[in-house]
Ligand binder design. Structure first.
Ligand SMILES: *Cc1c(COP(=O)(O)O)cnc(C)c1O
Length: 413
């Protein structure tokens, strides 16, 4: 694609069916925010919603709110809403815990679905928590389970009859490479394995279709594209056909068949509710629900289309405006093989990102040398790309990143 002009980008904004969603977010002036894939922006409705839940529900109605304001059903209610964004059915998703904890529950659960098998298959460079949680499970279960890490290009051929689960992140958090979900799931099924997808970088950004792909299990993040707020509850999906059989290793009381019977012996709830563990985080779920409700008003096919167009336009602009400035595209060039973010490699990526942030362009640095830019179709405008790339060009051309103040490593990058 040839690089769009500012007028081209303005025309794209004028014709954008999602353009009005931006108004629903409270974005600071003077900032181009290309980091909604790390922490989604604040929906305008969130503050009032939280004030209501804190002031009236908690403050006045107190413990009665568990019943009168549906607190007790919030994990399932919000889960059912997320289900509609990811091609799942009612009763297949709950919003609870963190992505890390949900990975633990479902990887252990997968082992309970495939007794006699011992391999959890994943790829090197998967998101750290996905690898660490699998390693932790391996230590816990000793000989019963082992992690096998196989490079992406060899992974499909490495699925054999010992594999419990193929555990992959749908859209890679660094490169944005997108796994063909239906194809890999079918390969797993052909060997009797299940497929577990981490949707952290795809839920709310792409038209994910878990049941269309026959996926077995999935987890994902609430604070990225779903705009649920910092540390928002995550979600997990168990396909209906596995729900009677799968067991959670975290047998807390909220997953009990009858939590308020207060009996001594654990009995799993029917359906997806057995994946709950402890008392739900009501304030966080309330914020997440606002983000999810907003997303539900958008057509996910339009969201995915815009994500592809934004990333295409961004790559074309960077490659034309920043030519000769040492940037190398480190994401797939084909939009169909990519998620909603783009990474460029540069040896001075850390300092460059610090300099960009100082000039109002917020993206991420990812070790060791990547500049990551995320495109959130609900609030990224096409014209934002133009200003972002002009800022990037200026920082590179002026070698502004050489200033020592950009070299101090902060604890969160
Ligand atoms: C962001 C992200 C997570 C986050 O896990 P937490 O438990 O919320 O810290 C997990 N997996 C992937 C692939 C992610 O991108």
């Amino acid at each position: 694609m040839t690089a769009p002009t500012l007028a081209d980008l303005e025309a794209l904004d004028a014709a954008d069916p999602l353009a009005t969603f931006r108004e629903a977010f409270d974005l600071p002036p003077g900032v181009v925010y290309l980091d909604g894939n790390s922490l989604g922006a604040l929906p305008r409705a969130t503050a009032a919603r939280l004030a209501e839940v804190v002031g009236r529900q908690w403050g006045s109605d107190l413990i009665r709110s568990w019943n009168t304001h549906g607190w007790i059903d919030a994990p399932q209610r919000v889960g059912d809403k997320i289900a509609r964004l990811i091609g799942a059915r009612t009763g297949e998703v709950v919003a609870a815990d963190s992505t890390s904890v949900n990975l633990f529950k479902l990887l252990a659960g997968a082992a309970s679905l495939r007794p006699g098998r011992s391999t959890l298959l994943t790829e090197p460079g998967n998101f750290p928590t996905d690898l660490y949680v699998t390693q932790g499970l391996e230590r816990l279960l000793g000989d019963r389970l082992s992690i096998r890490v196989v490079a992406a290009e060899d992974l499909p051929g490495a699925i054999d009859e010992d594999v419990i689960a193929v555990s992959l992140t749908h859209v890679h958090y660094k490169s944005a490479r997108r796994w063909p979900m239906a194809e890999i799931t079918a390969r797993a099924h052909a060997k009797g394995a299940v497929a577990l997808w981490d949707l952290s970088h795809s839920a709310g950004a792409l038209a994910v279709d878990l049941n269309g792909a026959r996926a077995d299990l999935a987890v994902g993040c609430g604070y990225k594209y779903l705009n649920g707020g910092p540390g928002a509850p995550a979600f997990l999906f168990v396909a209906e056909r596995h729900q009677a059989e799968i067991r959670s290793p975290l047998t807390g009381w909220m997953g009990h068949a009858d939590p308020f019977a207060f009996v001594d012996d654990y009995q799993p709830a029917a359906g997806i509710r057995r994946q709950l563990c402890g008392t739900p985080s009501i304030l966080s779920l309330a914020a997440l629900e606002v983000g999810v409700d907003l997303m539900l008003r958008a057509d996910m096919a339009a969201v995915e289309r815009k994500a592809g167009e934004l990333s295409e336009a961004f790559i074309a602009l960077v490659e034309s405006r920043c030519a000769g400035l040492d940037l190398a595209l480190a994401s797939p060039r084909d939009a169909a093989a990519r998620g909603a973010h783009v990474v460029f490699a540069h040896p001075q990526a850390y300092a460059i990102m610090q300099a960009l942030i100082e000039r109002g362009l917020i993206g991420d640095f990812r070790a060791p040398d990547l500049l990551r830019f995320g495109f959130t179709p609900l609030y990224t405008r096409y014209v934002d790309l133009f200003h972002a790339v002009e800022t990037l060009r200026a920082v590179l051309a002026e070698v502004a990143y050489r200033d020592p103040r950009f070299r101090n490593r902060l604890s969160v990058t």
